[in-house]
Unconditional design. Structure first.
Ligand SMILES: NC(=O)c1ccc[n+]([C@@H]2O[C@H](COP(=O)([O-])OP(=O)(O)OC[C@H]3O[C@@H](n4cnc5c(N)ncnc54)[C@H](OP(=O)(O)O)[C@@H]3O)[C@@H](O)[C@H]2O)c1
Length: 279
């Protein structure tokens, strides 16, 4: 069982990317860290020396229950939960089968909800912190990422509501909204209808290329890990935090001041999907 003074943190999606950077940095700072991935045995990463990677499939109730119960059985508590597990889908609303859209929402939105539900009983009694990874795409919408954006918008509403429900308990909750980061997310993204001669193939693949280029030139996951370290020590957590390269944070901030249509035009132009009259 962990030393009472060492805080126990569960990081979902810790086999790669943001979760991996965060779990590694927390472990290096003396936290007792458990991370999750779908196939922990297949991953032989140097991070293994820093934290224990346990199996968890976000879309499976039993798998989430087993993973959280394992940590509670070993440590008797979870002081902080960082929900990073997630994946991306690209494709038009029309081309993406509802089966796959539902999977997107199940993994990204309900997946986080499942872990929170499992961790809350202990946290309500002993206190704790919950950090949910949303996305800037959960504030602005992105062409050909409708279901991904919807999963992240859902998390925004979930966290805003949960914060009020937990007001009388010693549990603090925040959402972290990353911009583009260099992680395994880009290669793992599934896409629908973006090749061939379908009605959305050309504009959709242009938008996806912009997105992929931006992710590959995105921020280092260590930036995200630093924010998490700061938030776990902060006295009072705010409702949301953005993290990423300054131009993307600025682009999100100007949404507040630009007229809605102008902002939409700006986004369409950025993603190369703006059709001018006569085209
Ligand atoms: N990278 C970006 O630009 C960016 C921007 C905004 C938000 N985000 C968000 O950041 C979070 C982390 O993404 P990342 O960029 O670090 O991507 P990543 O490198 O692909 O890592 C994703 C993590 O989620 C896990 N995961 C994926 N599907 C899962 C499932 N069905 N059940 C359980 N675990 C699953 C993966 O584990 P296994 O594959 O080993 O199971 C992996 O550990 C995601 O929620 C993503 O939406 C990323």
């Amino acid at each position: 069982m962990a030393d009472r003074r060492r805080r126990v943190v569960l990081v979902t999606g810790a086999s790669s990317g943001l979760g991996n950077a965060c779990a590694t940095q927390l472990a290096k700072r003396g936290y007792v860290v458990y991370g999750t991935g779908r196939a922990p045995d297949e991953k032989s990463r140097k991070a293994d020396e820093f934290f224990e990677l346990i199996r968890m499939e976000s879309s499976d109730d039993d798998s989430v229950h087993t993973a959280v119960s394992y940590v509670l059985a070993k440590e008797d508590r979870i002081d902080a939960l960082v929900c990073c597990a997630g994946m991306g889908l690209a494709g038009s609303v029309e081309d993406t089968p509802i089966f796959d859209a539902a999977k997107q929402l199940d993994v990204n939105f309900l997946g986080a909800a499942r872990v929170v539900r499992e961790a809350l009983p202990g946290m309500r009694a002993a206190g704790g912190r919950i950090l949910i990874v949303g996305s800037m795409a959960g504030r602005i919408g992105v062409p050909f990422q409708a279901y991904y954006a919807a999963s992240k918008f859902a998390l925004e509403g979930f966290v805003a509501s949960l914060r009020m429900e937990l007001n009388r308990f010693p549990v603090q909750v925040s959402i972290i909204e990353p911009g583009d980061f260099r992680t395994g997310f880009t290669a793992a993204r599934e896409s629908f209808g973006l090749s061939g001669d379908g009605p959305y193939a050309e504009s959709g693949s242009r938008a996806l290329a912009v997105m992929e280029e931006s992710e590959m030139a995105g921020a280092d996951p260590v930036l995200f890990a630093r924010l998490v370290l700061k938030l776990l020590d902060k006295k009072r957590l705010g409702a949301r935090y953005t993290v990423g390269l300054p131009p993307q944070r600025a682009a999100l901030a100007i949404k507040r001041i630009l007229p809605r249509r102008l902002y939409e035009l700006m986004l369409m132009s950025y993603f190369k999907v703006l059709v001018r009259k006569g085209e």
